[in-house]
Design a protein around this ligand. Structure first.
Ligand SMILES: NC(=O)C1=CN([C@@H]2O[C@H](COP(=O)(O)OP(=O)(O)OC[C@H]3O[C@@H](n4cnc5c(N)ncnc54)[C@H](O)[C@@H]3O)[C@@H](O)[C@H]2O)C=CC1
Ligand SMILES: O=C(O)C1=N[C@H](C(=O)O)C[C@H](O)C1
Length: 269
């Protein structure tokens, strides 16, 4: 990707006899993830990067450029307006930005109701390894009385805990509830001498957030029982790790109307 990420680029043209390229717009194009997504879309043989939009650019560029799919890696405080705009413009959305709770998801599902052919896919993590870690954690959760999550990220990260850690905690908590496993025996905070010492409480699962220079995106799920522990760990050393998942989502979102959360179903999980 050599062009500076700002406004509208060219409209896509498919070579004769070949499937049309997917016209893709990127929101947050100057950010850490957006830059990498622009590069990946530009290099994908079945896609055309038609618009690169960041905070000060005109959002209508993505519509004017004919984007069929928009990829959003912006900020939790911008993303809802962006999704609303794309739905109004009949543009499918692939969203990696974090900050989604049940209320936000319900709002998006409502926005999609009058648009039965439109897809919005929101994934807290597009890394295949991270998705697998979440699945393995769900599987293991019912066998261990104790569970804690440690997420570790670069210091520029705007939110804490990470969207991935929050989702992992909720999935683990749900798996434990389904299996009738009681809350972790050490989850009580009443005797903490400093508030926060035991991390955030996400549905009874303690989640600890580390911000450290040199890191990209990492997560550990720690489980313990009498005389043994199980540690599941995933490391994204480079943002390239998210790109196969993002490109898969761009290809699939057009045939998956409605709201999809996570890329698990796209991976056959
Ligand atoms: N789902 C996943 O696999 C991953 C998700 N993320 C999430 O993606 C988001 C972005 O992360 P980074 O790229 O590290 O942040 P960043 O701060 O480097 O980039 C965000 C970019 O969005 C731009 N922006 C803000 N509001 C905008 C708007 N309304 N329209 C267009 N552009 C706008 C900013 O100017 C900035 O360039 C975060 O929520 C992060 O947690 C990050 C990595 C992987
Ligand atoms: O901000 C990041 O970097 C990341 N954000 C996502 C999250 O909050 O889970 C995904 C990954 O952890 C990287």
């Amino acid at each position: 990707m050599s062009t500076p990420p700002t406004a509208t680029v060219s409209a896509p043209e498919a070579p004769a006899g070949e499937a049309p390229l997917i016209p893709v717009g990127v929101l947050g194009a100057r950010g850490r993830m957006g830059t990498e997504v622009c590069r990946a879309v530009d290099a994908a043989e079945d896609m055309e990067l038609v618009a690169m939009v960041d905070e000060r650019d005109w959002l209508f560029n993505v519509a004017d450029a004919g984007a069929q799919v928009v990829v959003d890696f912006t900020r939790p405080d911008s993303v809802m307006d962006n999704i609303r705009f794309c739905i109004d413009q009949n543009i499918h959305c692939v969203v990696g930005t974090t900050g989604f709770d049940d209320e936000r998801l319900a709002t998006i599902a409502q926005w999609l109701e009058p648009k039965p052919d439109l897809g919005v896919l929101i994934a807290p993590n597009f890394g295949i390894g991270a998705v697998l870690l979440m699945r393995f954690a769900q599987e293991a959760a019912r066998f261990f009385p104790s569970v804690e999550i440690v997420e570790l990220h670069h210091p520029g990260k705007v939110d804490a805990p990470s969207g991935t850690a929050a989702r992992t905690a909720r999935l683990v908590a749900a798996a434990r509830r389904t299996a009738g496993v009681p809350a972790a025996p050490d989850a009580t905070r009443e005797s903490d001498s400093l508030p926060g010492a035991r991390g955030a409480d996400v549905e009874g699962v303690p989640v600890h957030a580390v911000r450290l220079a040199g890191l990209v995106a990492h997560q550990e799920v720690l489980m313990g029982a009498a005389g043994e522990t199980l540690t599941l760990r995933h490391d994204s050393y480079d943002r390239a790790s998210f790109m196969p998942g993002v490109l898969l989502a761009v290809r699939e979102v057009r045939t998956r109307p409605g709201l999809t959360v996570g890329i698990e179903s796209l991976l056959g999980l």
